[in-house]
Ligand binder design. Structure first.
Ligand SMILES: [Zn+2]
Length: 302
């Protein structure tokens, strides 16, 4: 049995998967905003899962951050009480077994590569486009972490081929990482809403803007076409470097169905040489991809 845990800022979810990926058990609980309480919560969730299923499982965990390969402690977690802590080691000790830990976007990539929208693909690039923008890489179904623990942090590369407007916007909306012009500030759901507000003067949420697009509102249409162009330019960088077999989108913006028609066509204008048939697909497991991918950090046949 494989146990996967997705540690979110507000909720922690646990899942148990059988040998073929079938769901045996699932449970959610509020995440405490304290390090040792978080460890105790996870221990009690694993205990509950093993009691309910009558089996012992491997444990994989997705977190909104990563472990520094140099210091062995968590970095870049927006659940800030994890930062600077040897979370995987403390958990392994508490649970009396090895715990594998990966960034939540890497978990999305693994989940979709194993039995999701990119099932069986060798190289998968997955993006979570929500409030922010995280991304991860799966190679042959394994999370690719990278020597610095930074693989996939493409959201903090600058938006490529900026036009005059975009050069100006980059100074208006600095990124929380300390740089300007990061891809995240343009293609996150927040970036989309910000751009619509620039054009219209109105503060609306992503799904409200998309409703206006359906009603053929010209300003909302302009905002989504600018968004599609920026996403295509940004993904062209990924194709030029990694050339993944499949690109998977998760998070709130992945529900915008027209992206799967428009962005692959636009992508060809920016990929070197102009040839690009890379499929862009919506995450099959939706919000469950994080917790399923965490379980699959212990792959089949290993
Ligand atoms: Zn940034």
């Amino acid at each position: 049995m494989r146990i996967g845990i997705d540690l979110g800022g507000t909720k922690t979810e646990i899942i148990a998967l059988g040998e073929q990926g079938e769901e045996l058990f699932r449970h959610r609980q509020a995440t405490p905003r304290d390090y040792w309480q978080t460890i105790e919560l996870i221990a009690s969730l694993v205990d509950l899962t093993e009691k309910e299923t009558g089996q012992r499982g491997t444990v994989g965990m997705g977190i909104p951050g990563s472990i520094s390969p140099y210091t062995g402690v968590v970095k870049n977690a927006n659940s800030t009480w994890l930062n600077g802590k040897p979370f995987d080691k403390d958990l392994s000790q508490r649970l009396n077994r090895e715990v594998r830990l990966a960034n939540d976007a890497n978990c999305l990539a693994v989940s979709e590569a194993v039995d999701g929208a990119a099932a069986g693909a060798q190289t998968v690039f997955a993006v979570i486009i929500g409030t922010g923008c995280g991304s991860g890489v799966a190679l042959n179904g394994h999370a690719h972490i990278g020597g610095n623990g930074t693989a996939g942090e493409w959201g903090h590369n600058p938006l490529p081929w900026m036009d005059e407007d975009e050069l100006r916007y980059r100074t208006e909306v600095p990124c929380y990482c300390g740089k300007q012009g990061c891809i995240e500030t343009f293609i996150s759901g927040t970036g989309f809403a910000t751009d619509y507000q620039r054009l219209s003067g109105n503060a609306l949420r992503g799904h409200e803007i998309m409703r206006l697009v359906d009603e053929q509102d010209a300003v909302a249409e302009l905002a989504i076409s600018r968004y599609e162009l920026r996403l295509a330019k940004s993904l062209a960088h990924v194709v030029n470097i990694l050339d993944p077999d499949v690109i998977v989108l998760g998070g709130g913006m992945s529900n915008v169905e027209r992206l799967y028609q428009t962005v692959p066509v636009l992508l060809r204008n920016w990929v070197f040489g102009g040839e690009c048939e890379t499929p862009i697909r919506k995450a099959l497991h939706g919000d469950s991809s994080g917790v399923r991918g965490a379980a699959w950090l212990w792959p089949q046949g290993e």
